[in-house]
Design a binder for this molecule. Sequence first.
Ligand SMILES: Cc1cc2nc3c(=O)[nH]c(=O)nc-3n(C[C@H](O)[C@H](O)[C@H](O)COP(=O)(O)OP(=O)(O)OC[C@H]3O[C@@H](n4cnc5c(N)ncnc54)[C@H](O)[C@@H]3O)c2cc1C
Length: 383
Amino acid sequence: MDFRLSEEQEAFLDSVRAFAREHVEPGVLERDRAGTWDWDVWKQVAGFGLAGLPVPEEYGGSGADVLTTGLALEGLAYGGRDAGLNLSLGAHLTIGAMPIALHGTEEQKQRWLPRLAAGETVGAFAITEPEAGPDTAGMKTRAERHGDTYVLNGTKTFITNGSLAEVVTVIARTDPDAPAGQAFTAFLVETGTPGFEVSKELRKLGNRTSPTVELSLTDVEVHESQILGDVGTALWRIGFECFDWERCVMVASAIGSMQRDLEESVRYAQEREAFGKPIGRFGAIQHKVAQMRLRLEIARLLQRQAAWMKDEGIEHSTEAAMAKAYIGEAGVESALDAIQLHGGWGYVDEFHVERSLRDAKLAGIGGGSTEIQEMIIARTLLG
Ligand SMILES: Cc1cc2nc3c(=O)[nH]c(=O)nc-3n(C[C@H](O)[C@H](O)[C@H](O)COP(=O)(O)OP(=O)(O)OC[C@H]3O[C@@H](n4cnc5c(N)ncnc54)[C@H](O)[C@@H]3O)c2cc1C
């Protein structure tokens, strides 16, 4: 058994880290303070080839595997320290572009994938509703058939990139009476369609450089050619698959942040003196960096195991849930340690670690909360 990355994978990770330090990290503090999305940074990311990573080559992507896509997010988070950008890119790739790549008709793929892969538009996926988060079967958004069109009505909330996208995959109920596995259908809704509206911009604790919005759909007419996948099967076949991508891949962003914070903390512990010696000589500080290292290692092993299993086509729902459950909590613990180790400077935004804490909290909430992951893990044990 060899847990190491190949030379090619290591080189790729290093190149993303270096790119992000040069092109993403500058200005991140100001972007976070302003809470703004930055198209120029996005264009640099796309220009570096990250916007189409897992998209098949024939549609303008790189055809990268799941593990490599995770490495890109890890490297970007490490070098760029812009968790919001990571959130937007992760959503763009895994729940924006991939559902189209995996379930789209040839026409849908030709229409959207080259533009998504080039970063000319940003992908988005809308399943969550004000009254239906992980309880997805409770979704109320309706799509009623009228001839060869469907009319959509409802509200989606917490939608990453919803204000940037030209097309959003919207999950809606097409059969009011059918069980959940046959009741929901995915639609590729163009955001310029009459009745489609960004009804609210949400201000957040962290990940502030990524837009999160509420979308309202009022009598939005969508042609049946805009159905993604099969009628009725979207919850199982597309929704749950998206959650799987989030668990296996998007959590890699947190690993990059954990590593960067650890390295910054070690440097600070070696330089900062108290009582006549570097604080790194105190046992209490050594305990913190040791715990941060330990969490980083466990997080990385869990995420790469889940990504590798997904690449190999091995059933991995428990492993993916373990990765997400662990990283969601460990990221927060490590950010807290980094703040404590930095003392007063840890509480001030210019030292960046306070942002890590605000950003890290999302991994235990979005894409299925820690409690939901624990439920998945427990089910395999208790039935
Ligand atoms: C920044 C951000 C970006 C997001 N991006 C997207 C996106 O792009 N697209 C999208 O569709 N959604 C997105 N989401 C939504 C996200 O996936 C949901 O917020 C998440 O699934 C939790 O749903 P909820 O907020 O409705 O929580 P609720 O379901 O209201 O949960 C509240 C609490 O109850 C707990 N709970 C719920 N059910 C159970 C249970 N059975 N057992 C134990 N505890 C339980 C939860 O863990 C949580 O602690 C995003 C959210 C955020 C914050």
